[in-house]
Ligand binder design. Structure first.
Ligand code: 6PG
Length: 475
């Protein structure tokens, strides 16, 4: 019997995806650069399903049913290209190569185009949910041709997480669409994490709550509209005590957040597309700032305000919940706008409602909230921003006084809340009747004759600023 799919690259993510496939009754061919990993997988988990261990590229390819479907799970970048080059020459037209790593979508576009020339389908797919997700049901975001999804889709839908019986997997769009959407998923993940971290910092800094107490607050929030995986694990992390010192775990961890790059990519692409994803950008910068050890050491001791205690602690905690929810809506609104913009730029027809739907389970940003996002985009696929959709508009309206008050308190107390602040500034800028951008245009025209447009007439104009008349001319 031949395998319906093969996995090459059997580090923990690849191994767990292979096991997930086998546990769902699919015969899985296995391959890894070093034979050891392949042997180990079969020894430890061989009884979970049908595996065909192979020890050469040719043997691997020969073990597969046609069209052959090969999932590559190796490090993004050069290692992925190397593995593609190892297998592509052994494949036949119609076969499918899947890259399930966190590749940059531009690399995916390049690889897809090159392999299409050779008659092969290349599917760059986002997979979210970490090790556990890969084993028990991730959220899967495949790009590539429609045709490739015909054979691959049923397998992936089968092993994905399910919410209300619906698989957390859908065909996102051609070539790099899947990896693009996964990139934005990670950008939103950064923003979500930053907003939660700011909430923690506020509850501790303004109220003097201990981490264990804050864990309780998060547990309560997790029973409401903020119900999500990230809030849930936050409560667990905050409740954890370091065994060696007896201190809260969060106090013995170095306060320098690392990043592997997907958040940074999201911001870089956001800049290229001209989409204001300020919430994601602030989250990335907050990590960079935290990691700027020298800069921080040199700045310690700079003056700050005197901290005044807050009288109504419970009221403040409730306000933080509202501010967090409103800021979260902004972060998602921005992320979905980026997907819209990417779709338009690269000619992908991305169904935003379908994206929100497959993020409801399996992935790191899974949340109850995504039910409402799904509903909003299903009702109005061309929604210009989540902020104007009925339920969210109402939620922000209800939250805004609390939101403003929390940001004001943070500023007064000198607690940095770049995520909350930028989200609120974005909201206020979007709803503004007039922006000071008009003045910026005037400045640009003054020093560089960059011209401006008028509110009352068509065309471009320039004012002769250097002359006493300051006469206006059509440009
Ligand atoms: C996921 C995660 C996963 C990975 C992040 C971590 O969706 O399962 O996003 O892809 O854990 O990329 O990113 P950083 O190391 O950049 O925080």
């Amino acid at each position: 019997k031949k395998a319906s799919i093969g996995v090459t690259g059997l580090a923990v993510m690849g191994r767990n995806l292979a096991r997930n496939l086998a546990r769902h009754g699919h015969t899985v061919a296995l391959h890894n650069r070093s034979e050891q990993r392949t042997r180990e997988l079969v020894e430890q988990f061989g009884d979970e399903g049908d595996f065909i261990p192979t020890y050469s590229a040719q043997e691997f390819v020969d073990a597969l049913d046609r069209p052959r479907q090969i999932v590559i799970m190796v490090k993004a970048g050069a290692p992925t290209d190397a593995v593609i080059e190892e297998f592509a020459p052994l494949l036949e037209p119609g076969d499918v190569i899947v890259d399930a790593g966190n590749a940059h979508f531009a690399d995916t576009r390049r690889r897809e185009a090159a392999l299409r020339e050779r008659g092969l389908h290349f599917v760059g797919t986002g997979v979210s949910g970490g090790e556990e997700g890969a084993l028990h049901g991730p959220s899967i975001m495949p790009g590539g041709s429609k045709e490739s999804y015909e054979s691959l889709g049923p397998l992936f839908e089968d092993i994905s997480a399910k919410v209300d019986g619906a698989p957390c997997c859908t065909h996102i769009g051609p070539d790099g669409a899947g990896h693009f959407v996964k990139m934005v998923h990670n950008g939103i993940e950064y923003a979500d994490m930053q907003l939660i971290a700011e909430s923690f910092d506020l509850l501790r800094g303004a109220l003097g709550y201990e981490p264990a107490q804050i864990a309780e607050v998060f547990r309560t929030w997790n029973t409401g509209r903020l119900d999500s995986y990230l809030i849930e694990i936050t409560a667990e992390v905050l409740a954890h005590t370091d065994a060696a010192t007896g201190k809260p775990f969060v106090d013995i961890v170095t306060d320098q957040a690392e990043q592997k790059g997907t958040g940074r990519w999201t911001v870089q692409i956001g800049l290229d597309l001209g989409v204001p994803i300020s919430g994601i950008a602030e989250a990335v910068f907050a990590r960079s700032l935290s990691g700027s050890a020298g800069l921080r050491a040199a700045s310690r001791g700079l003056p700050g305000p005197t901290r005044v205690p807050i009288a109504d602690a419970t009221g403040f905690a409730d306000d933080v919940e509202r501010a967090l929810y409103a800021s979260k809506i902004v972060a998602y609104a921005q992320g979905f706008n980026q997907i819209q913009a990417g779709g338009a730029e690269y000619g992908w027809d991305i169904d935003l409602g379908a994206v929100a739907k497959i993020w409801r389970g399996g992935c790191i940003i899974r949340a109850k909230f995504l039910d409402d996002v799904t509903a909003a985009f299903s009702a109005e696929p061309g929604l210009p921003t989540l902020l104007t959709s009925g339920d969210f508009r109402k939620a922000v309206e209800d939250a805004q006084d609390a939101w403003r008050s929390v940001v004001a308190t943070a500023v007064k107390l000198g607690i940095p809340t770049p995520g909350f602040s930028t989200a609120l500034a974005y909201y206020d800028a979007l709803r503004a009747e007039r922006l000071p951008a008009a003045l910026v245009q005037g400045q640009r025209d003054y020093f560089g004759a960059h011209t401006y447009r008028r509110v009352d007439r068509e065309g471009s104009f320039h004012t002769a600023w250097a002359t006493p008349e300051r006469a206006e001319h059509p440009a």
